[in-house]
Ligand binder design. Structure first.
Ligand code: WT7
Length: 663
């Protein structure tokens, strides 16, 4: 049967099926081969978590010294916390590199890098990667970076990003990766908050055929960060670059002067490994802190079981290392397992919509981990882009970042997986360090659109409106009632935010997502319940966008909501009221959009700017976001009661304007 006929046939067969069993061929070879095996392992992990994680830690990591306590936590404390492997000592870069050098893995590809230009490929064996990391570690030390110091990495998807992270880990410095699509202002905020004195960037970057002036953006940020003493610049493109004498140094020059011998620091399991900023309901992103022991173990164990990782696999996690998925699966989890990790600099649809399949074919990718937004954008272009490539090497598919609709799920399963590859939807968060809810491939039946069952050691619950556990199929707040090793250590220098955001109710961790659990115990995630949007898998706080909008003098008030968008998942809809006398025109609209792009970055560009005379408010003056969300989503039949508004007529005006705005 031809591939596209087969895909259509599979879709047709499955359209009305609620559950899909993994194929016997897959299950037979899987690490966890049956539902019974999953259940048994899950039971052990919950009944005796200490024994379970101690065994996992001994099997999956090399320790310089064993721990004094496996798990310590208190979710009801004034300062809620969870700590794993206190007293244990290890080094993350040693676990990702050195220990693979004694046997056959020494010459195995650790990192395969595919640049955006297809002729640019680099292969780092474990031995080569180890040498580069040691040199980079020595370079950082020579520049004065010590254990506990913060280093900001503002880099595109190039090997030096992974090398820089592992070099920091090696000397006990705390890396703080800033996504290279973020603006100068966002970069400056993160440099300030983390207190970094060294920044690593590259002179340029590629993005869908365009050249990004990363060093230029970095210079704008550094002009406002006098505390930064050194800026190391990777020469990504041979092109004129302004270098500030005394501050800026070329990566290549400095690396050439270093030896490839560098002893790894012995770190406490509970020492911080990195800070990664993520958006919440406040205007300023929070620095999520992850540690050396629990985090690394959780990244390693989830990589292995969620992706059924095998020694010979090529594992491609398409996420940018600027986000947690890249940290946990492209870098730490994959390398801790001694796997081959593929790093791709480009985007799915450039130069053509078949770029992913060209890469899969070229490197014989076995495990693909990508996001629903990428799946939707390729689905939109049509199956012909897949059919020209031999992607038969794929055996397992993963999805992450937002709820995947059953339609996109089925397309992924049939057009890409050809009905052979299990699809694991994986629900988790920056704060969770690794996958929390998923379909363990080969063992657990799949339900398109459901993230399925908890990973080992994870005890999620849905809390209903009355504060008690929700009934079957009743929606509520998704919480986690006990800790897991990947749980964040805290919010950098802000214990209060950690408690306020994640533990407003003592006793459990609040995820910020809504969910329900069906009659088979499967979790269905319904999306964020706080003021956080999910735009193409990027987490953006409505408050961040609002604060960028009100920075324009003409703006009196701004309210931002997410609305359904066919490719991005959620689009950004901004309601804006202007001050007396301000002129509403295309120029103002353009300046508002620009302000958001320069404050946050292009990913936060509003899709709609809706100028309004007034916003719907309660009599006490609170903006009714629920109503704004409904208008933006065009679900105005069920607006409920608007009589409590101070000025109910505003709602009709907004609905009318919305229809005119998006005709
Ligand atoms: C938020 C976390 C950790 C992965 C990358 C995003 C949403 C993530 C799923 C999924 C439904 C999902 C949630 C979560 N989310 N994965 N499989 N199904 N929703 O990390 O930026 O920290 O965002 O992304 O809303 O809370 P993040």
């Amino acid at each position: 049967m031809k591939k596209n006929t087969r895909a259509a046939f599979i879709r047709h067969m499955l359209e009305n099926e609620h559950t899909i069993e993994p194929t016997p061929e897959f299950s037979y070879k899987a690490l966890i081969r049956s539902r019974q095996d999953y259940d048994e392992m899950y039971r052990r992990s919950i009944e005796d978590p200490e024994a379970f994680w101690a065994q996992m830690a001994a099997e999956h990591l090399d320790w310089f010294k064993l721990w004094d306590a496996v798990e310590e936590y208190d979710f009801t404390d004034e300062r809620p916390y969870a700590r794993y492997f206190r007293g244990g000592r290890l080094n993350a870069s040693y676990n990702c590199l050195d220990r693979h050098l004694n046997g056959a893995r020494r010459n195995k590809a650790a990192l395969i890098w595919q640049g955006e230009p297809s002729e640019e490929v680099e292969v780092y064996t474990y031995q080569r990667l180890h040498r580069e990391v040691c040199k980079a570690a020595n370079m950082l030390k020579r520049l004065g970076v010590r254990r506990g110091d913060r280093v900001v990495l503002y880099l595109p998807m190039i090997p030096q990003l992974a090398i820089g992270m592992l070099a920091c880990a090696r000397i006990g410095a705390i890396h703080c990766v800033v996504f290279s699509g973020l603006s100068a202002e966002a970069l400056k905020d993160r440099i300030d908050d983390s207190g970094a004195t060294v920044v690593v960037t590259s002179n340029y970057g590629y993005r869908a055929g365009k050249i990004l002036d990363l060093k230029g953006i970095c210079d704008q940020a550094l002009a406002l960060c006098p505390q930064v003493k050194k800026c190391i610049v990777v020469r990504r493109i041979d092109k004129r670059t302004d270098m500030t004498v005394g501050r800026d140094l070329w990566w290549e020059d400095r690396m050439a002067a270093e030896t490839s011998v560098c002893e790894p620091e012995s770190m406490e399991a509970t020492d911080p490994l990195f800070i990664l900023y993520t958006s919440g309901s406040t205007a300023k992103p929070k620095g999520i802190v992850h540690g050396n022991g629990g985090y690394l173990l959780y990244a390693a164990v989830t990589s292995k079981y969620v992706f059924d990782l095998k020694e010979s696999d090529v594992f491609w996690c398409t996420a940018d290392v600027g986000w947690i998925t890249g940290h946990s699966y492209l870098v730490y989890g994959a390398l801790a397992n001694g796997a081959t990790s593929l790093m791709f600099e480009g985007v799915p649809t450039y130069p053509q919509p078949d770029r992913y399949w060209e890469v899969v074919e070229k490197f014989g990718v076995n495990v693909l981990y990508t996001a629903p937004t990428a799946i939707r954008s390729m689905m939109k272009e049509g199956e012909q882009w897949v059919n020209g490539h031999d992607i038969g090497s794929l055996r397992m598919l993963g999805s992450v970042g937002e709820p995947i609709t059953s339609k996109a799920w089925l397309w992924y399963y049939s057009a890409i997986g050809q009905g052979r590859c299990p699809v694991a939807d994986t629900w988790w968060q920056t704060e969770s360090g690794g996958v929390m809810i998923t379909t363990i491939p080969g063992a657990v039946d799949m339900k398109p659109g459901s993230a399925a069952l908890p990973f080992f050691g994870v005890l999620p619950k849905v809390i209903g409106a009355n504060g008690a556990e929700a009934a079957t199929n009743e929606a509520g707040n998704l919480v986690v009632t006990r800790p897991w090793p990947g749980m964040a250590l805290g919010v950098y220098r802000n214990d209060q935010a950690f408690k306020d955001v994640y533990f407003p109710t003592p006793g459990y961790y609040l995820t910020g997502d809504g969910a329900y659990r069906d009659e088979d115990g499967y979790f269905w995630i319904t999306g964020r319940i706080d003021d956080v949007m999910n735009v193409s898998g990027h987490r953006i706080g409505t408050a961040e966008v609002e604060s960028a909008l009100v920075a324009c003098l003409e703006v009196a008030e701004a309210a931002v909501v997410g609305y359904p968008h066919p490719v991005k998942g959620e689009g950004i809809y901004a309601y804006v009221t202007v001050r007396e006398g301000a002129v509403i025109d295309d120029d103002l609209r353009a300046r508002l959009v620009k302000s958001v792009r320069t404050t946050i970055g292009p990913i936060a560009t509003p899709d709609v700017v809706h100028f309004a005379r007034a916003l719907p408010k309660t009599r006490s003056g609170k903006i009714m976001r629920r109503i704004l969300r409904k208008i933006a989503a065009r679900q105005t039949e069920d607006l409920c009661d608007v009589s409590t508004l101070s000025e109910p007529a505003v709602v009709d005006e907004l609905i009318r304007d919305n229809e005119r705005l998006i005709a």
